[in-house]
Design a protein. Structure first.
Length: 280
């Protein structure tokens, strides 16, 4: 599949197939790496929850602040699970502004996301994208032990493990089994960063529209979305000390006037939770 200035090649890429979460996310951000199926599903969600694009932007703002904070603390390895399709201000761009030798491995189940990522990363010897299923962490760990990927991420060294707006696609029955194997593999002084959609979206958008949006993800992208509170997510940080202000509304996490969260004037309406923990 080739990619020109207009985005992915829809005919070569099978654009009439099922939508994916990564390409829908790209569509919400105004990207060009999506297919008609993604845009159709995205439009249905936008009709149900018009604030969707604002929520997605808020997540990107949190990602950038969190990665920059970790990079300034000295982190030079980032493992981004469920990374999606690159947009401006990616993990490697933020981290390499602090240190051009920062290493980033992107992992996503969508081959289009991985293809676009690797085209963006051409000429960057410290970063790579690979196809991987976040629900199969043992397979991911085995891949990371192979020599070609060990050049990018060395799990014997402090690593920032990132799950940005992806764990809501994992059912409750699998959540801890998905995160714990990789989290527990990390050495002392590593980090875990998580963002996740919360039930606040029901308070602001209404239960019926949110349920309609969830149904679109299920029917069009074969993905079930689970809303979770901070209390439900806190156990994922076992063995880590949360940085202040803890696992909180993303708009309240280290707000930065140069990286304005779209909910900065109304943080109580921010449905995205975000937190960063350091392994002790």
């Amino acid at each position: 599949m080739s990619m020109g200035s207009g985005g992915v090649d829809e005919e070569a890429g099978g654009g009439a197939g099922r939508a994916t979460v990564a390409r829908m996310y790209d569509y919400f951000l105004g990207g060009k790496n999506n297919f008609p199926a993604d845009r159709e599903a995205g439009d249905r969600i936008l009709h149900a929850v018009p604030d969707t694009r604002t929520i997605v932007r808020a997540n990107r703002m949190f990602l950038r602040r969190a990665v920059r904070k970790l990079a300034t603390l000295g982190f030079r390895q980032f493992l981004d699970i469920g990374s999606g399709i690159p947009t401006e201000g990616n993990v490697h761009e933020i981290a390499q502004r602090v240190d051009p030798r920062s290493r980033v491995l992107y992992v996503d189940i969508d081959p289009v996301a991985v293809m676009v990522s690797n085209e963006m990363l051409l000429g960057n010897p410290y970063c790579r994208a690979v196809v991987g299923d976040l629900t199969k962490p043992e397979e991911l760990l085995e891949s990371l032990r192979q020599p070609d990927l060990a050049e990018i991420i060395d799990l014997t060294q402090p690593t920032a493990l990132l799950y940005f707006s992806v764990l809501q696609t994992v059912p409750d029955s699998q959540l801890h089994a998905v995160v714990e194997p990789i989290r527990n593999e990390l050495p002392t002084a590593s980090a875990l960063a998580i963002s996740h959609i919360s039930p606040v979206i029901v308070d602001t958008a209404g239960a019926d529209p949110v349920n309609e949006g969830v149904d679109v993800y299920r029917s069009h992208a074969a993905t079930h979305i689970t809303l979770r509170s901070a209390e439900q997510l806190l156990p994922l940080f076992d063995g880590f000390t949360l940085m202040e202000p803890g696992l909180t509304r993303s708009a309240d996490w280290h707000p930065d006037p140069d990286n304005e969260d779209p909910y900065h004037d109304r943080p109580e309406r921010s449905p995205m939770l975000g937190g960063v923990g350091l392994k002790h």
